[in-house]
Design a protein. Structure first.
Lengths: 113, 112
């Protein structure tokens, strides 16, 4: 049982380049999330999708876009990467929103130079 | 802004000792959850305590919740070197389908 799978695991981008982080879950969860983790800052929510067909901004959405492609997949796109977006990105899913436990992927370590 | 704030930021103890981490939050909650993160890995759910519960146990973990003080504590008894990790509290609000909000975490080091 794979759980939540993120790709890629590592990525180096030049300033201004674009990329898409992929996330897929096989647990039939309704809700999916993208967080970023920076040293000393804990996890901050970028975007979430409470259910298929809906997306909402989190605490730090600027510079990002998301697509809930179907129930399984939730992608995060950086249109024009900036050094401030250097971070570790985590995708998570839960059965139905916050009251249930969240399952996390292994993370994508992104460096923007 | 982040809901939960863990205290202390870092904790170093000897193997066999107990480790206590605290979490304070700001608004009313549906439940509070604790997660563990090993270095370079994703977060793993440890335990969930609902707002109408005061204490919950799971193996060597004991969680308490005081909604009047808006605080929770995580106790790990008889710690092991393998418990070395960062621990995060996360709160789930009462309002609809809003996501979990995480604190900044406590980094626990257990020295063998």
């Amino acid at each position: 049982n794979a759980g939540v799978t993120q790709t890629p695991k590592f990525q180096v981008l030049k300033t201004g380049q674009s990329m898409t982080l992929q996330c897929a879950q096989d647990m039939n969860h309704n809700s999916m999330y993208w967080y970023r983790q920076d040293p000393g800052m804990g996890l901050r929510l970028i975007y979430y999708s409470a259910s298929e067909g809906t997306t909402d901004k989190g605490e730090v959405p600027n510079g990002y876009n998301v697509s809930r492609l179907n129930k399984r997949e939730f992608s995060l796109r950086l249109e024009s990467a900036a050094p401030s977006q250097t971070s570790v990105y985590f995708c998570a899913s839960s059965l139905q929103g916050a009251p249930t436990e969240a399952f996390f992927g292994q993370g994508t370590r992104l460096t923007v130079v | 802004s982040q809901q939960g704030e863990e205290d202390p930021q870092a904790l170093s103890i000897q193997e066999g000792e107990n480790a206590t981490m605290n979490c304070s939050y700001k608004t009313s909650i549906n439940n509070l959850q604790w997660y563990r993160q090993n270095s370079g890995r994703g977060l793993v759910h440890l335990i969930l305590i609902r707002s109408n519960e005061r204490e919950k146990h799971s193996g060597r973990l004991r969680v308490t919740l005081d909604t009047s003080k808006k605080s929770s504590s995580l106790l790990i008894t008889a710690s092991r070197a393998a418990d070395t990790a960062s621990y995060f509290c996360a709160t789930a609000s009462n309002s609809g389908n809003t996501p979990l909000v995480f604190g900044k975490g406590t980094r626990l080091s257990v020295i063998a």
